[in-house]
Design a protein. Sequence first.
Length: 65
Amino acid sequence: MRLLIALLIIIYLVGVGVELSPTIQTKWSGASASELVASVVQELPDAMAWPARLLHRMTDRADHI
């Protein structure tokens, strides 16, 4: 059971990282560290909601089939 929970947490955190990667890539070279952190903090709530967006996308596609 612990292994399953750990796997789900890892998948969730990787998904958050994938959602944040465009923001990090655009700000990495051209912005200061404080601007990078500010934009990551601003995008973090949306990135943490990635499972809900994925579910909505999947159910919307299922309705159109």
